[in-house]
Design a protein around this ligand. Structure first.
Ligand code: SF4
Length: 370
């Protein structure tokens, strides 16, 4: 099978066209269609001769991701159900938000969705558009609170299938995507190569050009993935789902991570911070009587001591799991206590909950239930 046409550099495309006896400018045209205009079909490439388009479509078929359904939340968030070439389904979410607020406001106030992942978004009048994309069909990690995790893993997404999600949202909103988070279905670091290939396209393709610091990968804490990510030259940002700093509780909440203990996680995070000089974000979903007790709070404060980190507290969204979210009063106590201990902490205001597009709510749904 031929290599993915999107993965060819311009030089490689020109050599390929040279071998085929085609003029070099045709390679340039093709490259622009793929990487500047985000073309998803050869039919769109109207300045290429029809015969060449046919030749290319046989040798290098483009991915066949199609939009099956779209739902729009009352807050403007849009959730997309995409069908892949093998009929698997995957979800992505587009989250519009106003430009960043005055950063002099203390960060204990409610922030819009994922503000803490966008510390350096330039201030302008344009509304921001964040895409939360998936990296796998389903997920094998089985976190107790997560709708995706209850359904198991089907397969990894290709780099192009990851890119297709962002192209879909960008085209649907008719505006450029400003921020990306790999926080949809799947564990991104268990699909490392394809993830990185897609991230590099988001970062460098003219059709995206999203600054690396506006692209966040959220992992449940895969040690090897964090170590690998530490070595990458780009300034992509990292978020880690912690959900408990008490080992036995974390084992319950995230059973597949029991073999990757908290002390080792802290070591690889220290290494990440020391090498990259970048802050990491811990995500902490507050579940009543499970991980929101005084003991849990003290353990988290201890775990974060001396780490360049930010904590993102997440209210629990309904996923069908028999779990109860912490009360807003309890969440406020955590927010105050963590900040009082000089641990920068915000409360995530998840958007799209009314369309099951908020954190932990994405899952493989059938066409009937979407
Ligand atoms: S929270 Fe993330 S890692 Fe855990 S099961 Fe859900 S998708 Fe997988």
């Amino acid at each position: 099978m031929n290599k993915d046409i999107y993965s060819y550099s311009i030089d490689e495309l020109q050599s390929l066209f040279g071998e085929l006896g085609l003029p070099r400018f045709r390679a340039q045209q093709l490259f622009e269609w793929l990487h500047t205009h985000n073309a998803i079909s050869y039919d769109q490439m109207t300045n290429l001769p029809k015969a060449l388009r046919q030749q290319l479509s046989i040798a290098f078929p483009l991915s066949r991701t199609t939009l099956k359904e779209k739902q729009t939340s009352s807050d403007g968030t849009r959730k997309y159900l995409l069908e892949l070439s093998d009929n698997e389904l995957v979800e992505s979410v587009g989250i519009p938000s106003p430009p960043p607020a005055d950063k002099s406001v203390p960060n204990v106030s409610r922030e819009t969705f994922l503000d803490d992942f966008m510390p350096s978004t330039p201030s302008n009048d344009m509304q921001r558009l964040t895409v939360c994309f998936s990296t796998q069909v389903g997920c094998g990690m089985g976190c107790v609170f997560c709708a995706t995790g209850q359904e198991g893993l089907s397969r990894n997404l290709s780099a192009q299938e990851i890119v297709d999600q962002v192209v879909t949202v960008q085209q649907d909103f008719g505006q450029r995507v400003s921020n990306l988070v790999a926080m949809g279905q799947g564990e991104p670091f268990l699909n490392y190569e394809n993830l990185m290939m897609a991230l590099r396209r988001f970062n460098t393709d003219k059709g995206f050009q999203i600054g690396a610091r506006h692209i966040t990968v959220s992992t449940c804490g895969i040690l090897q993935g964090i170590q690998q990510f530490t070595q990458e030259p780009e300034q992509f940002t990292l978020a880690v789902s912690l959900h408990s700093a008490v080992q036995v509780k974390r084992n319950y909440i995230m059973p597949a991570l029991a073999s990757q203990p908290l002390d080792q996680l802290r070591s690889v995070i220290e290494e990440y911070i020391s090498k990259t000089r970048r802050r990491i974000t811990f995500e902490y979903l507050l579940l009543q009587d499970i991980n929101d007790t005084e003991e849990d709070l003290l353990a988290l404060i201890e775990y974060c001591k001396g780490l360049l980190c930010h904590i993102n507290l997440i209210p629990f969204n309904e996923t069908g799991a028999a779990l109860q979210g912490s009360s807003m009063d309890r969440i406020k106590v955590w927010l105050q206590r963590l900040n009082a201990n000089n641990i920068s902490t915000t409360l995530r205001h998840s958007k799209g909950a009314d369309i099951a597009g908020a954190c932990g709510q994405l899952k493989n749904v059938s066409r009937e239930t979407f």
